[in-house]
Design a protein around this ligand. Sequence first.
Ligand code: ARG
Length: 470
Amino acid sequence: MTTDPLWKGRIAGPPDPEFFAFQRSLPYDARLLPHDLEVNAAWAKALGRAGLLAPDEVTRLVAALATIGQELSPAAAAQRGEEDVHTLVEAELTARTGDLGRRIHRGKSRNDQVATDVRLWTAAAARGLEADARGLARALVAQAAAWLDAGHVMAGFTHLQQAEPILAAHWALSHCEPLRRDGRRFAQVEEATLAACPLGAAALSGTPAAVDRAALAKELGFARPAANSMDAVSDRDFALGFLHAAGLALVHASRLAEDLMLFTTREFGFARLPDAFTTGSSALPQKRNADACELARAKAARVLGRYTALAATLRALPTGYNKDLQEDKEALFDAFDSARGVLHALTGAVAGLTWNGARSRAALGGWILAAELAERLAATGLPFRDAYAAVAQAVQALEAGGGAAGGAAGPERRFEDVTPAEWKALGPAFTDEVTRGLTLEAALARRAAVGGTAPARVREAIAEAREALS
Ligand code: ARG
């Protein structure tokens, strides 16, 4: 292991080995290698344009950087002994070009370099997660289309108690919408991350090299150079933006996972996870465990913690680079890996999910049309509060299983099975006109305002989502 750091300027003797290992970042920031090579190449060219390197020197440096990229993988780089990816690249460059390699650090600092590397990495990561979020959204839309055609219905829940009937497709789309917002949020994070290029801020006061920072920014894919050199090396807003977007996408994924876990229990039995995204138990031979979903929950918590840790770190920093900032990378990498893993697993779980429509329909409680019945009463001119009370009374009577309900034993007489005579005994408001055609299908069709579960609206929503996600 190299313990001869580039910064030994006025530091006497080698560092304590354990401390050196503690403060170095190469084991994880080796992941930035492609970006660090890109940034160095852009810097060499900028120095060339400024007349600070000869054209053939620029050519040799750029070629050597490309060779390093071909010969050294990030994984191999992580095994090396240097302090961080920047010192590794400088060492490699010097090994390949001799003295020339020792000239490239002119006018730049690891501070503006790392800020630039990390922005480039974050932009690419945001782009990747945008695609992943859209992929999961697409899997949900595909299932929604199939379930709509199959006529699958289910109970919609509030407080995890059955509330009103919905189409299973409507449930799927309810998870598609947040993921579409996540996709847009990741795209915004990418744009914000590439809005300002830190390179040329140097250590903090701005580069003394007469480089064209605007051209440099453009070459690296940024909109413009960062406006203030001190802010440029201190700013990690983009990292927090990424962690927020990743954390929120995982909050959404975790909620989807929670539904999937419930729906795939024996007790619900609405759906079955595909084998490829199910785990078993080494002790209990019959088990089918939803580990993908459980990990989605835990990874969400973990990434929310990453956001909190970085925000707490940033709030305490004096202006300018501080070593605390080195910790941004593990947060970002971990959030990305977590989000990618979860989105992949859930996309597979959703794409291969089999819905048991008979089961989800049979699970509808007898009074699931209570709100629909109240609505029908209100449509006759009865104030909704009176309609509500009349239906509540009917439910109570049916639950008691006596009197007007005809003495039926068992907890739930389905509204649809109550005869016209029984309805009249349940209350004068329950005329034939009100109770005739009180069916699940009619209730669904009535929810026909934009955003509702009516099959016609859901069909439109599927078409809209398909188009947007294609
Ligand atoms: N490895 C460091 C980081 O990740 C690079 C910047 C070091 N700068 C310094 N002044 N020590 O933040």
